[in-house]
Design a protein around this ligand. Structure first.
Ligand SMILES: *Cc1c(COP(=O)(O)O)cnc(C)c1O
Length: 376
């Protein structure tokens, strides 16, 4: 039995009778860019977060750097983040003209380690950019305290954590802006690229709205801006899917629990860690080999046996040859946890539309490799 990594088409078929009429509505309206469907989805998406404003943009990377720009983050400013994340987190800092400073991640959650942040703060530090990696919230309470102590902005990279919660806090509650991606493989995915900035600051909403549309908030009047809009067809898909996101996240948690029960006794790797009281939404289910040299053999074995396992992310950002370092981007101290994570991570298939048989097949193959390798 082959087990795919994603279930995009399964998901489409499951709710085709909700998506198709929404798309049809856009097609018939003739309003495909900045039309009523986009406005509707923006309202729904802000409400989902319990926040006041949501602005649809072209993708998650733009969401990040447009939010940075709206918050006045630019050349000469430093943003503290992590190096074991998708490249776009740092790329957005670079696009905004600011400088990325990487601190190490927590060895269990792989999110930014708050205890490492203060040592990295300089007079140039302007913002903290935590990533809710793999679908689990970073420790926002600790991050907020540090931000308050040093008068810093906080921008959440929530491309992977839609619907996640912390211990007594929601996403968006402890920050200045939440930046999301709707590329198809994310927990809430449109049929292409998309993103959003969610905020309670009227000013951030107003500026991002203007920047995304050629610096225009009034017909024919422009200031320097960009073109980064969320198309109405994507908004139509997202509006239909948003009604299901909590149910889909619950399914992801169900499959994660099944993996963790089935793999509990396998000694060659550690299972994903759930911070007590947090609601992890398992954008990815990532195991970490105790011996990094076992990573590629297990990954290859799974792939050869029809199981589409992957790695997120095998090369940390500071290890990327092509990282546009600029003159100042740097690692603060060293980042052994992030480097260990990059060298030893494997992502098992994870999407709501998995079946019990598929999950059990993945478990069986992982255990088979363990036995063959003598590391069970
Ligand atoms: C996907 C992702 C992004 C970027 O989103 P795009 O829509 O691809 O631009 C940013 N940060 C993280 C952590 C992501 O996973």
């Amino acid at each position: 039995m082959n087990v795919p990594f994603y279930g995009h088409v399964r998901q489409y078929h499951n709710i085709q009778d909700e998506i198709d009429p929404n798309i049809q509505e856009v097609l018939e309206s003739g309003q495909y860019v900045m039309g009523p469907m986009l406005k509707r989805f923006e309202r729904e998406f802000a409400a989902y977060h319990g926040m006041q404003y949501a602005v649809g943009v072209g993708n998650g990377t733009d969401a990040l750097w447009l939010a940075f720009q709206a918050l006045g983050i630019g050349p000469g400013d430093e943003c503290i983040t992590t190096t074991n994340t998708f490249f776009a987190t740092a790329e957005a800092i670079w696009i905004a003209g600011a400088t990325a400073v990487f601190v190490d991640s927590d060895p269990r959650t792989n999110c930014i380690d708050p205890s490492k942040i203060e040592a990295a703060i300089t007079p140039k530090t302007k913002a903290l950019v935590p990533v809710h990696l793999y679908g689990q919230c970073a420790d926002m309470k600790a991050i907020r305290k540090i931000a308050d102590r040093h008068n810093l902005l906080v921008i959440e990279d929530d491309a992977q954590g839609i619907g996640a919660r912390g211990d007594g806090f929601r996403i968006g509650e402890l920050s200045d802006a939440v930046c999301t991606s709707f590329i198809i493989q994310k927990n809430l995915g449109c049929f292409g690229d998309g993103g959003a900035v969610v905020t309670n600051h009227e000013k951030v909403d107003r500026i991002v709205r203007k920047l995304r549309n050629h610096g225009s908030d009034k017909r024919s009047c422009h200031s320097a801006g960009y073109n980064s809009r969320l198309d109405d067809i994507h908004a139509a898909v997202l509006s239909a899917k948003l009604k299901h996101i909590d149910e889909w996240n619950a399914l992801r948690r169900k499959w994660a629990a099944r993996y963790s029960a089935g793999l509990r006794d396998a000694g060659s790797f550690t299972l994903p860690y759930e911070t007590p009281g947090y609601y992890h939404v398992y954008h990815l289910y990532v195991i970490e080999m105790k011996n990094a040299e076992h990573r590629d053999p297990l990954l290859n074995f799974l792939n050869e046996n029809g199981i589409d396992a992957k790695c997120h992310y095998p090369i940390a950002i500071h290890q990327q040859e092509g990282y546009p370092w600029g003159k100042d981007a740097r690692i603060a101290g060293n980042v052994p946890n992030s480097e260990r994570n990059a060298a030893s991570c494997i992502s098992l298939p994870m999407f709501p539309e998995l079946t019990e048989d598929e999950v059990d097949q993945v478990i069986a193959k992982v255990l088979e490799w363990n036995r063959n390798a003598g590391v069970a």
